[in-house]
Design a protein around this ligand. Structure first.
Ligand SMILES: Cc1cc2nc3c(=O)[nH]c(=O)nc-3n(C[C@H](O)[C@H](O)[C@H](O)COP(=O)(O)O)c2cc1C
Length: 175
C-alpha cells in the first residue's frame, strides 16, 4: 500500500485476450471509483492497469522483470480491482498464475474487489465462492461482496458502474 497523497486504484485483468470486455469492465469500475473519491473531498484517486494478456508466458518466469514490475504495482496499490472472465465456474488460469507470484498475506489489508464477467447466471456466486477466498488468502480486505456481471449486460456496464460505485465505493475507499 502506498502512503502517497493520491490513492492508487490498480486493476488486474486476467483475460488471456488483450482489451477484452473484462478489461472494459475493470476500467469502467476504476473510473467510477475515481469519481466517488473525487466527489467526497477526501484523498483523490488515480488509476493504473495490469493487463495480464500483455505479460503472457512471462508470468511463469519468476525472474522476469516485467512480471515483477506488475507484481510490485499490485503490492503498491491502495485499492485493487481484480477482474477475470468466468472460466469453468471460477476465474482464469492466467489470473491464478499471476496471483501465485504474491505471497500469502502480502497484500497487508489492501481493500480489494473481485469482478467476474460470465455467460451463465447460475455461476454468479463464483466471485464470492472462489475469487474472494483467494484474495483473502493474499491478505486483501474485502469490504463489499464481489461483482458478477453477465456478458449480456457488459455493454451497459459503463453506464451502470456509476451507480455501483456510488453504493459501494465509500466502503471500498474506507470512507
Ligand atoms: C474456456 C472458457 C470457459 C468458460 N466458462 C464459463 C463458465 O464456467 N461460466 C460462465 O458463466 N461463463 C463461462 N465462459 C464464458 C465467459 O466467462 C464469458 O464469455 C467471458 O466472461 C467474456 O469475457 P471477455 O469478453 O472479456 O472475454 C467461459 C468461456 C471460456 C472461453
Amino acid at each position: 500500500m502506498s502512503s502517497a497523497a493520491v490513492l492508487q486504484i490498480v486493476s488486474v485483468v486476467g483475460n488471456p485476450r488483450a482489451e477484452s470486455r473484462t478489461h472494459g469492465l475493470a476500467r469502467a469500475l476504476a473510473a467510477a471509483l475515481v469519481d466517488v473519491a473525487d466527489a467526497d473531498g477526501g484523498r483523490s484517486a488515480t488509476t493504473a492497469e495490469v493487463d495480464l494478456a500483455g505479460l503472457g508466458p512471462k508470468i511463469l518466469d519468476w525472474a522476469d522483470a516485467d512480471a515483477e514490475a506488475a507484481t510490485d504495482r499490485v503490492l503498491g496499490a491502495d485499492l485493487l480491482i481484480v477482474a477475470s472472465p468466468t472460466y469453468k465456474a471460477t476465474y482464469s488460469g492466467l489470473l491464478k498464475a499471476f496471483l501465485d507470484r504474491i505471497g500469502g498475506g502480502a497484500l497487508g489489508g489492501t481493500p480489494a474487489i473481485g469482478v467476474l464477467l460470465g455467460g451463465a447466471a447460475d455461476h454468479r456466486l463464483a466471485v464470492d465462492v472462489h475469487l474472494t477466498p483467494l484474495l483473502l488468502e493474499l491478505g486483501a480486505a474485502i469490504p463489499v461482496r464481489g461483482l458478477f456481471v453477465l456478458e449480456a449486460d457488459a455493454e451497459a456496464f459503463p453506464t451502470t458502474a456509476g451507480a455501483w460505485a456510488a453504493a459501494h465505493g465509500p466502503a471500498l475507499l474506507g470512507r
